[in-house]
Design a protein around this ligand. Structure first.
Ligand code: GAL
Ligand code: CA
Length: 341
């Protein structure tokens, strides 16, 4: 009997010890650590939409994400990537500061053998994406935002003959442009105006000012200066590459007691309020929530050595850009309520 109890006690102890022992190679999932950055925490869209969704979605997937602020400096980002590599993160999710500096970033990831998802700022160097088999891009089709913004403006211009203040049949516009060389800024600037030309409507650019930070301050300062310039009274339309700059322009217009048709891109919550208040005529949804989710779905799959789109709703482009492109959508006074959170 005594021996029986001893045996039972030993059996229980062994079972307990086995249950408590660390599971070596038992197939238990390894914690995925994502090393990420935002090119600047001062950016309305990146900091206000993408960063919180990256954090929320990673937590929901049980992945650990560290997001650092690159403060608008590519050199700082390069150092941050070195730190992530030293820490042996499972995967990198990188928002380039300089879209022409992708190859250096890709080379670092390749040397360390760490998969890399670039997001929001598409590399502009030819061949960069092909230089590593474990790099992918998540963003949009930049031109689409300019085309949609342009089509909205053309339709409204046609419907509002009074917008042609000097009745010359020409659209006298000012343009608040984002970062020069950024594919989104270049495409929006080009395509928004091209929509008028394609519709047979003549355009005249009265002024254009670019800001690498896409900031509200820039929008305010430039719009205020334009309104008091020699052509101030001739402005008929304000085209903004993003909502952040549009908010600044709205401030300046209000301060001057002037009302002008004005359009942005991003569909931030504040833009929906400006549309509701009649201070903005339209914007374009830049779907940062789905871009964040796609970035992490690909990142997590890559970290696990899976096919990046496996089990996700995303598909990669087939044109060699190795990209997931999330669509843009028009946001107007007629449909803005659908975009309220
Ligand atoms: C764009 C966005 C801008 C700005 C920029 C930063 O996609 O529309 O508001 O955030 O990215 O790269
Ligand atoms: Ca005119």
């Amino acid at each position: 009997m005594k021996r029986g109890i001893e045996f039972l006690a030993i059996a229980i102890l062994v079972t307990l010890a086995m249950a408590c022992a660390p599971k070596a190679d038992s197939g238990a999932a390894k914690q995925i650590v994502i090393g990420a950055n935002i090119y600047s925490f001062a950016d309305n869209f990146m900091n206000g939409v993408m960063k919180p969704e990256l954090e929320r979605y990673a937590a929901g997937k049980g992945a650990k994400i560290e997001i650092v602020d690159s403060e608008g400096q590519q050199a700082k980002l390069n150092d941050q990537i070195d730190v992530f590599i030293t820490k042996k993160v499972s995967v990198l999710a990188i928002n380039l500061v300089d879209p022409a500096s992708a190859s250096a970033v890709i080379a670092k990831a390749k040397k360390a053998g760490i998969p890399l998802i670039l997001f929001n700022k598409e590399p502009t160097e030819a061949g960069a994406m092909a230089s590593y088999d474990k790099v992918w891009y998540v963003g949009t089709n930049s031109a689409e935002s300019g085309i949609i913004q342009g089509q909205m403006m053309v339709a409204d211009w046609k419907a509002n003959p009074s917008w042609d203040k000097n009745k010359d049949g020409v659209v006298q516009y000012v343009m608040l442009k984002g970062e020069p060389g950024h594919p989104d800024a270049e495409a929006r600037t080009r395509e928004s105006v091209k929509a008028f030309v394609d519709a047979g409507i003549k355009v005249e650019q009265l002024a254009l000012e670019a800001d690498p930070n896409w900031s509200t301050q820039h929008g305010n300062d430039k719009m205020a200066a334009w309104l008091t310039s020699s052509f101030g009274k001739d402005i008929e339309l304000v085209i903004c590459n993003n909502d952040g700059m549009a908010f600044g322009a709205i401030n300046a217009l209000k301060a001057a007691g002037v009302k002008l048709p004005l359009y942005g891109v991003d569909a931030l919550d504040q833009a929906l309020t400006h549309i509701a208040d009649g201070e903005m005529n339209g914007t374009v949804l830049n779907d940062g929530v789905n871009q964040s989710r796609a970035t992490l779905d690909l990142a997590i799959n890559a970290a696990m050595g899976k096919n990046v789109t496996e089990g996700t709703k995303w598909s990669l482009t087939t044109d060699g850009s190795k990209a997931v492109r999330v669509p843009y959508l028009p946001v107007t006074p007629a449909n803005y309520k659908e975009f309220r959170k």
